[in-house]
Design a protein around this ligand. Sequence first.
Ligand code: GLN
Length: 251
Amino acid sequence: MAVGVLALQGSFNEHIAALRRLGVKGVEIRKPEQLDSVTSLIIPGGESTTMAKLAEYHNLFPALREFVKMGKPVWGTCAGLIFLADKAIGQKTGGQELVGGLDCTVHRNFFGGQIQSFEAEISVPNIAATEGGPPSFRAVFIRAPAILEVGPEVEVLADLPVPSDKTVDSSFALESQEESSGSEKKVIVAVKQNNLLGTAFHPELTADTRWHSYFLKMVNGVGEGSSNSILTAGEDLSLYQLPKIDLPIFQ
Ligand code: GLN
């Protein structure tokens, strides 16, 4: 199995390294015809305006839209999530072309500029249920987008509380449903809609490969509870008991 990784700009090498850790080959995709050689695609994080300009230059948008429409698994991380969204706000003047397909609205730089980048432990019950390991995931948010609204077909895989005193545009955030959270608001940071997966953070920058193995299950069409060549629940928990290592983690 080979997974295509859009390699115009951003963290495509890190995705390829994460796939390699799971014994899967990542293939760099730069031209429309190269999409014919893969059955799934990762669109990495980076800078979505720049990536869109490069994609336009290489005439990739029609082929990317076709790829999504054909129901092939596509995972967008960060800028890649922006690419997959049907609607983005907070774009540069004139906007930018999107691939679309994911029924949601993203705010391009929800948390602020580069300096407001952060790491957070997020709760990932669905990922833990299929991939094993702890119920939380240490997520790296780099000038990250957030998902403000999702359509009825979209499954929310993770959200993040946004304290109301945080200097972000929290007026967009949804009111938290949890009573204990007081004045906290929350935004959605990971979603799945049929063949599409979107994460506002960068799993390729951490040693925890569960989002990659989750995506590979989508690629294999393997349902919950089935086993495949990828690590399954309870198989090797020691992988998740590694000491916490600060960035960069390229193991
Ligand atoms: N917010 C950035 C953008 O608009 C994405 C940042 C990222 O991919 N780390 O492109």
